[in-house]
Design a protein around this ligand. Structure first.
Ligand SMILES: [Zn+2]
Ligand SMILES: [Zn+2]
Length: 366
C-alpha cells in the first residue's frame, strides 16, 4: 500500500480487455472485517476463463484472484478461527474464497451441499471491483465480516500453500469423492494444478498404481514427482493409453478415475479406463467445454460404473488443504507450482503465461 488511503489492484475491465492497474480507496472496516495485506495471489485457469468471459454471472470490472495468502494488517473487533483463537495483526492467513453461503436455503440445510448454495459469492469471481477490494490481485483486500480465515501455521511456507492453491482444494474435494481405499488404483486425467494435486493426494491416501494422463512431457515428469507410478502422454493414441492401463491392471482398468483435464473427450476416456463397478469423479469442467459422445451400454450400464461430479469446495476442504500442505509439503512438490512469480504490474503477463500453458500457474507478489 502506498499510503493509508489507497490500494493498487490489477483489474480486468471487461472480457478480453487488457488487465490494468487501478487505485482504490482502502476499505472502511466495519465490525468483524479485516484488511489483508496480500503476500501471494494465484493466477489460475479460472482467471483465463474470466478473461475470456466464459463464466456466467461475473460483474466486470473485476479484481481477479480468488485464492491468496496474506498478512492481517488491521481488523475491527474480535475474529476467531475454528478453534476459537482470535486473529491479530501480523497473522499470516488464507481464507475461503466463497462467502455468503446462506445457511438458510434448501441446498445449505436440506441437501447439505453448500457448494451449490445459490446465494454464495466468490472473491475474485462473482464479487466485482464495484463491490470493493474483493480479489487477490491487489496490494490488499477487504475481508468482509463472516469470511472464513485459516491460519497458515509457522511450519508451512506460504509459497507451498499458494503453489497448491485452488487446485489443491479442488483436488482434495475430488479425491474425497472417489472414496479411495488403501491400495486401489487411480487414473488422473489432466496434469494441470488440479491433476497434480489429485495425484499427490491419491498417493498420500495410499493409492496403489497411479496413472497420470496428460501433456506436455515436463508436466508428466512433474506428475511422477507428485506420486504417479505411470505417465501416459496424450501423444499416444487413445487406444494405446487404454491398453497401457489395462496391461498394468490385469485387464480390469483402474478402481477410480479423476477427470481434471476439462476436455470433453477426457470424460469418455475416463469411462474407458475405469474398471467394472469403479468410480469416475469429474472436476475438470469448471466451464462449459461442450458435450461428448459416450456409449451408455458399453461404458456405463454394463460396466456398472458410478459417475460423480465435484463442484467447488467448502470450508472443510480449505481447512484440510492447509493442514495437508503443512504436513506433507516437503514430500509433495506443491511449492514448484508457484515457481513463476510476477509483480502486480505484470498481472497481464502472468495471465498470458498461464493461458499459453508456459506455466501451470503463476503467482503474483503484490
Ligand atoms: Zn444457501
Ligand atoms: Zn483458481
Amino acid at each position: 500500500m502506498r499510503d493509508d488511503s489507497t490500494v493498487t489492484a490489477a483489474v480486468m475491465p471487461a472480457p478480453n480487455e487488457p488487465v490494468r492497474l487501478e487505485r482504490f480507496p482502502a476499505p472502511r472496516l466495519e465490525p468483524g472485517a479485516a484488511l489483508l495485506r496480500v503476500d501471494f495471489a494465484e493466477v489460475c485457469g479460472t482467471d483465463v476463463h474470466l478473461h475470456h468471459g466464459r463464466l456466467a454471472g461475473v460483474p466486470y470490472p473485476l479484481i481477479p484472484g480468488h485464492v491468496a495468502v496474506g498478512t492481517i494488517a488491521d481488523l475491527n473487533g474480535r475474529i476467531v478461527d475454528v478453534e476459537g483463537e482470535p486473529f491479530a495483526p501480523g497473522d499470516v492467513v488464507t481464507f475461503l474464497d466463497v462467502h455468503e453461503t446462506c445457511n438458510a436455503c434448501y441446498q445449505c440445510l436440506v441437501a447439505k451441499q453448500t457448494t451449490r448454495c445459490p446465494h454464495r459469492r466468490v472473491y475474485g469471481i462473482t464479487y466485482g471491483a464495484r463491490d470493493g477490494l474483493l480479489g487477490g490481485w491487489a496490494e490488499a483486500l477487504w475481508l468482509k465480516p463472516g469470511v472464513k480465515l485459516v491460519r497458515i501455521p509457522p511450519t508451512l511456507a506460504p509459497e507451498t500453500f499458494i503453489g497448491g492453491g485452488c487446485g489443491l482444494v479442488t483436488a482434495l474435494h475430488a479425491v474425497d469423492r472417489t472414496e479411495l481405499r488403501l491400495g486401489q488404483s487411480v487414473a488422473v486425467l489432466g496434469v494441470g494444478p488440479v491433476g497434480q494435486s489429485a495425484i499427490g493426494l491419491a498417493a498420500l491416501s495410499g493409492a496403489g498404481e497411479i496413472f497420470a494422463v496428460g501433456a506436455p512431457d515436463d508436466r508428466l515428469a512433474l506428475a511422477r514427482r507428485f506420486g504417479a507410478t505411470h505417465a501416459l502422454s496424450l501423444d499416444l493414441p487413445r487406444e494405446a493409453r487404454r491398453q497401457a492401463v489395462l496391461d498394468a491392471t490385469r485387464g480390469r482398468g483402474v478402481d477410480a478415475v479423476i477427470e481434471a483435464a476439462g476436455a470433453p473427450d477426457a470424460v469418455a476416456d475416463a469411462l474407458d479406463l475405469v474398471r467394472d463397478g469403479g468410480r469416475v469423479v469429474i472436476c475438470g469442467h469448471y466451464t462449459d467445454n461442450g458435450p461428448v459422445l459416450v456409449h451408455p451400454h458399453h461404458q456405463i450400464n454394463r460396466k456398472h460404473v458410478e459417475i460423480r461430479g465435484s463442484w467447488g469446495a467448502d470450508f472443510s476442504h480449505f481447512y484440510r488443504a492447509v493442514q495437508v500442505a503443512d504436513r506433507f509439503g516437503a514430500r509433495i512438490p506443491w511449492k514448484e507450482l508457484a515457481a513463476r512469480r510476477f509483480p502486480l504490474e505484470q498481472a497481464g503477463e502472468a495471465l498470458a503465461a498461464v493461458e499459453a500453458r508456459a506455466v501451470a500457474k503463476a503467482v503474483l507478489v503484490p
